[in-house]
Design a protein around this ligand. Structure first.
Ligand SMILES: [Zn+2]
Length: 57
């Protein structure tokens, strides 16, 4: 199970592999796109601090 932070719902959801839309092995570690229980897209990163640093730059 993964705890995702849906930016549209502005809340966290616990989802399983069935909610995975895509998987990417980026230079910042594994990135997965999930579908939140309400149908939105939410990103999960193994190393979210690095991802945030990249997006802020
Ligand atoms: Zn949502």
């Amino acid at each position: 199970m993964f705890l995702i932070n849906c930016p549209t719902c502005q809340s966290q959801h616990l989802v399983g592999y069935g909610a995975v839309r895509s998987f990417e092995n980026s230079e910042h570690g594994p990135l997965m796109t999930f579908e939140c229980p309400n149908g939105h897209e939410a990103l999960w990163a193994a190393r979210p601090e690095e991802l945030a640093a990249t997006q802020a730059a």
